[in-house]
Design a protein. Sequence first.
Length: 105
Amino acid sequence: MLKIQRSANGKVVFTLSGRIEADDVAELQRVLDLEAADHLLTLDLQDVTLLDRDAVKFLARREAGGIQLENCPAYIREWIERETDHKSQRRRSHAAKRSARRRTH
């Protein structure tokens, strides 16, 4: 079960605790969408105990979009980096295939 606490003091921090699973991602996105676009948003992950792949993908996308991840446990950081690297490799592979198809046509 995911618990979300909001605090604001110059920046908006959402402290997450518990498990983050696929079902929680939509709720977390909804909460983030409620914030004004000009706020610096931070997700504090110190008390996250477990997450699934959908949650990792969500966190990677949000971080790439400018949301800061604070107190990110090492195993979560490593998983996010692997997911990001894997996504980059897929993009390069698709780009190479498109380029090869253009050369053959």
